[in-house]
Design a protein around this ligand. Structure first.
Ligand code: ATP
Length: 362
């Protein structure tokens, strides 16, 4: 019997809109899987929360995150509400550091039914693993500024931090079915080892860890070439691992190749905690209009169930995760349920209703 406490943090902008649809789908899931109970409680976070309370991540919210089995996050931050130093409110970044969520897991999967982006409409299916806790973004809130003339941020690569993300990548490859192009299990290391010492070190550790795993091919690609290959031959990729900022950048490009940010889910996980949120931000340009695509948020809820299923050896949760993916796939086959970002006119709510209805049909 799976009973899980979920801390729900809808956040700002389209966050609450897409979150409402993910919660609707999770309720439908409880109906379809009677052994699964999800106690979802909502907590404040984000830019509006900062404006109202003086903090973007109240202690009560952080305590609830620590006490929960999993955290379902919407999106946070608004361009017109900033910290006094001018940086944007980003509690999702704070959570990554505070909860040590070192693995940013971004599945890049092309769903049939979505208008093709790349020529030949390749059946893209790979996962980007972004190191989440060090790299260039470790300088967030730090860095050095010398008057009006010089500013420096440092790239931090540690042996321990790199070993754990690379091991995560190889373990993930063991559970998958290989790259669509040739069925070979493959982990691709994305770096800039030809220019930076820190990146050469990242690659060296990648190669060391790779020796612990047999039956998985390794591959090295410089990040600039990677942006080309993701467009020209995306079927060669199975699992891709990258430093924090490189992972951030290639994730958005990857989302573009499968139809956009509205379709790209993500999980930020460590050894203890997991935060599940769409790859997109608060999209202030479309917030409040009821037209945001909720699929990325719904798929993120599916990743949460999969993670819970793995951790707790809960077959129902694993099956529920698969059911969400299947329901999304079936929904996207019907153009009536395409939102504006996919060239359609469906509302956020209509898409959530359609996915929930698919689950009800099981
Ligand atoms: P962040 O810095 O937090 O990533 P951003 O403003 O740079 O935020 P997004 O909020 O992801 O980026 O928005 C980028 C573009 O993608 C915007 O034009 C936005 O409207 C669009 N977009 C993002 N998410 C969705 C969605 N779920 N449905 C439809 N369009 C979306």
């Amino acid at each position: 019997m799976g009973f899980y406490r979920i801390a729900v943090l809808p956040g700002d902008g389209i966050g609450p809109e897409v979150m409402a649809e993910a919660l609707k789908v999770l309720r439908a899931m409880e109906g379809a899987f009677p052994g699964l109970t999800l106690e979802c409680k909502q907590y404040p976070t984000g830019a509006r929360c900062y404006e109202e309370t003086g903090t973007d991540l109240p202690a009560e919210t952080l305590d609830a995150c620590r006490a929960a089995d999993a955290i379902l996050f919407g999106s946070a931050g608004l361009p017109d509400i900033r910290f006094p130093d001018g940086t944007e409110i980003a509690p999702q970044l704070t959570l990554r550091f505070v909860l040590d969520l070192y693995a940013g897991v971004r599945p890049i999967k092309r769903y049939a039914g979505v208008p093709p982006v790349l020529a030949g409409d390749p059946a893209i299916d790979y996962v980007i693993l972004r190191e989440n806790t060090e790299g260039l973004y470790a300088s967030r809130g730090g860095g050095i500024r010398v008057g009006d003339q010089v500013a420096v941020d440092s790239m931090i690569i540690t042996r321990a931090g790199t070993e754990r993300i690379v091991r995560y990548a190889f373990r993930l490859a063991q559970t998958r079915h290989g790259a669509p192009a040739d069925g070979k299990r493959r982990v691709t290391c994305v770096d800039k080892a030809n220019v930076l010492k820190s990146m050469a070190f990242f690659r060296q550790i990648f190669d060391e860890v790779a020796r612990e795993f047999s039956g998985i091919q390794t591959d090295h690609v410089y990040v600039d070439a990677m942006t080309l290959y993701m467009v020209q031959r995306p079927l060669r990729f199975d699992v891709v691992v990258a430093e924090n900022m490189f992972g951030d950048i290639i994730s958005d490009l990857a989302a573009g190749t499968i139809g956009g940010m509205g379709l790209a889910p993500s999980a930020d996980v460590g050894d203890t905690y997991g935060v599940f949120q769409p790859s997109h931000g608060t999209a202030p340009d479309i917030a409040g209009k009821g037209i945001a695509n909720p699929i990325a948020q719904i798929l993120s809820a599916g990743m949460m169930l999969e993670w819970l299923g793995e951790r707790k050896q809960d077959e129902q949760a694993r099956a529920a995760a698969k059911a969400i993916e299947a329901a999304v796939e079936a929904t996207l086959l019907d153009r009536r349920f395409h939102t504006a970002d996919l060239g359609g006119s469906a509302s956020t709510r209509a898409v959530g209703d359609a996915v929930a209805a698919q689950i009800g049909k099981r």
